[in-house]
Every structure is written in C-alpha cells, then in structure tokens.
Design a protein around this ligand. Structure first.
Ligand code: CA
Length: 230
C-alpha cells in the first residue's frame, strides 16, 4: 500500500509540480492551500507524511506544525518543511516544534522524493514492533501471528489480526474507519466492502478478546483506538 502525502502549499504551480512528481512515484496525494485546510485534512485523512510550506497566507506553516504536533491524532505524522533560504531561523524553530526534516526551495523533484522516502523509512523503523508484545493479559507474537490472553491462544482471522496489529501500532492514535479500511482491506476492495466492515470485524475481535476487549475504544462517528493502559 503506497503512502499518502498531504501537500500544504499555496503556490499553485509548486503544489502541482510536487503533486505530479509524487503521483509518478506512486504516492497518493492530498493538496491543501492554506493552514486551516491543512489541519482539517490532516485530522480527517491522517496522511502518512505532510509536506508543509512555511510561507502560507493566514495561519503560517510553523503555527500549523505546532497545532499538528499538539493534536493527538496527528502528532506522530512526520512533517517535512518547505523553506526558503531566507528562513534559516524558521527552519530551526520548525525542527524544535517536531518537524522531521526540511527541504530548501528551490528543490528538484528528485531531491524531494528522496527526502520523503528517507523520512518514511525512518518512521517505519521507529514504528517497528518487537517480535512479541505483552499488554496487560494480552500477548501478541507478530512473527507467528499468534494472540493469547493469559497464555491461552485466541483464534483470530487474518483480518482480525491485522486490525489488532494496526491499532496497537498506532500507539494510542485514533484511526478512522477509512484509514483502517484502506490499510487492511486495501484500495482495491469491492464496493460492497464499506466502512461497516471495519465495525463488524471490530465486534468479532472484541468478542474474542474477552476481558481485553476494553482496550479497543470507539471514537464516535470516527474510528477506533487502542488503549495500552489498564
Ligand atoms: Ca508559500
């Protein structure tokens, strides 16, 4: 599954150029042309990465970065800032605010794509889960695809396992039904597979997890999140 990149850029030509080059590399893209739109899109779509121009009309890029990092749903999404040479100090502030990297304008598409790949790869390594994980009474073995509660094996279907793993990997972040559907069932899912599918699988998963079902929390009208704490 290719990642989704949110492009935040008010200059239409630059946004188009980035959009074209990312699509060519197989990424999915969303374009936002101001700060408010960027925050809305980030919260509703949960992209895998955000390319954030710092010079935006209205709410500036640094402000956007700060808000995204303060919001739990979006805090762990990597941000690459697009900066001008004259914005040296903003760049430092941005990195302090939690941005992952920056690219100085003018940049070549190749350079940008390389940077995106590197940041996404780093993120994946950081997200890598240990082979087994124990959360309360729940034990998961990711390599063997086994789940147990108090050492008693739980039989999950592959989709239920993927669902549980995806929720755990999100480290407490709320995942929307759309996100889960795209990531577990994939984009090629048939029309009849709708977001309700996610709810149905959550229901069966909860039933099988018994006492540990309390860890899968519903976020009304949005999606689900996994609770690590007892
Ligand atoms: Ca700009």
């Amino acid at each position: 599954m290719k990642e989704t990149v949110l492009i935040v850029e008010d200059e239409k030509d630059i946004a188009k150029m980035i959009d074209y080059n990312l699509k060519k590399e197989g990424y999915k893209t969303i374009i936002a042309s101001d700060g408010e739109d960027a925050i809305d899109a980030a919260i509703s779509k949960i992209p895998d990465l955000i390319l954030l121009d710092l010079m935006l009309p209205g709410l500036g890029g640094l402000e956007v970065c700060k808000e995204l990092k303060a919001e739990r749903k979006t805090a762990s999404i990597p941000v690459i800032m697009l900066t001008a040479k004259s914005q040296e100090s903003d760049k430092i502030v941005g990195l302090e605010l939690g941005a992952d990297d920056y690219v100085t304008k003018p940049f070549s598409p190749r350079e940008l794509v390389a940077r995106i790949k590197a940041v996404l790869r780093r993120g994946k390594e950081k997200d890598k889960l240990p082979e087994t994980i124990k959360i309360g009474n729940l034990t998961l073995d990711f390599s063997k695809i086994e789940v147990a509660i108090k050492d008693k094996p739980v039989e999950l279907t592959s989709k239920e396992f993927e669902l549980l793993k995806t929720l755990i990997k999100a480290k407490g972040r709320v995942l929307s039904r759309d996100y889960l559907l795209d990531n577990i069932w994939g984009f090629d899912h048939a029309i009849e597979i709708q977001t309700r599918t996610v709810d149905v699988h959550i229901r069966t998963l909860r039933k099988k997890l018994k006492t540990e079902a309390k860890r899968i929390l519903t976020v009304k009208n949005y999606g689900y999140r996994f609770e690590y704490e007892d």
